[in-house]
Design a protein around this ligand. Sequence first.
Ligand code: ATP
Ligand code: MG
Length: 398
Amino acid sequence: MINRNEIILAKIGEVVLKGLNRKNFEDLLIKNIRRRLHPIGAFEVKASQSTIRITPLDDNIDMDEACSRVSKVFGVVAYCRARAVEKDIEKIKQAAAEYLEDELLLARSFKVESKRSDKKFPYGSPEISKEVGGFLADTFPNLAVDVHSPEVTVTVEVRDMAAYVHSNAKEGAGGLPIPSGGRAAVLISGGIDSPVAAYMMAKRGIELTAIHFASPPYTSERAEDKVRRLLELVSEYAGRIEMYTVPFTKIQEEIKNKCPEDLFTIIMRRMMMRVSQKIAMEHECMALITGESLGQVASQTLGAIACTDEMAGMPVFRPLIGMDKKEIIAVSEKINTFETSLLPYEDCCTVFTPRHPRTKPKLEMVRRAEAAVSWDELIDEAVKGVKCTVIYPADSVR
Ligand code: ATP
Ligand code: MG
């Protein structure tokens, strides 16, 4: 029996390629889809034949919202809304004409593709296409058949439980299901870059923990709110994120008072790495993530990056390393963080900035300059002073 007449079909991407792991990946994907849809109503989420079938179980579910949520689940390469219909060729024809009417009235060309996995269905795939195609061509005189590059591809899938009719699939989020990639800690500021870096690693199946350095009173509560807001937007893709805010004022003041001005930034970034590594290890993160892009600013030259990496003690992922600002902005617009990132609050990196930061710091020189401060206690104090905030998706209250 078909109890619902509209469903979502989500196509599994790279997940399919994972051989023996496939079942695990599929299970994660189903769990993630369930978790994202749970707040908006009851659904049945089931995998069959490299497709996940998402069936609403309540009458008043907002299917636009459901699609928007599915479009942000990593591991889904494409998705579409489909009409479920009884496995009867006449009913399938009617359903195609009715369900896709708006789209077909506007189009000039179309074709029908059919897949028959229920071998008991009396029509073969080419016959289904021919029957449905003929009916649609008669019903919509504006439509010509174009098998090579049609504007609309009507798909008929005859499966175990029912037949499904849909048109062109939409692009999904791609990537791999979280947490198949393990856990890593993203160093998040209020800028454009780090939310994009977080999103990009989450897309590879990484579960995120976030670390934010705050330097009150030089940085304000509003700057921290902005970071939380950015993470809520990232969380629509990445799921729940624990954010650790680190009190960084003392360390920064110490650097300012005791280290040479031109090395201020590089030493500060080294200390950020030291603190981050400790927090990451406490929370079972196997790598750090930053939004650095080669050559973007003085602290992101190859020499500076080599100096900061020495302190990390674990892999540091920089997914934006080869990207131009324009390309980074395109992603931030896509994930809707761009406008929030533009809000003009200060970051700890912009307080005490040197007039002439050194772009080619020598490791030896940096180590010598750093020796003026005894760091261990300051670092421990910063790590002990972290405040944890749990971040949920921005749309969880929509
Ligand atoms: P973004 O646009 O991400 O803020 P940025 O262009 O401002 O980056 P930097 O200030 O040099 O560049 O920071 C480089 C990276 O260092 C950031 O992408 C982020 O990963 C990390 N970072 C900077 N400031 C902070 C902060 N206050 N807390 C945590 N991480 C930070
Ligand atoms: Mg940057």
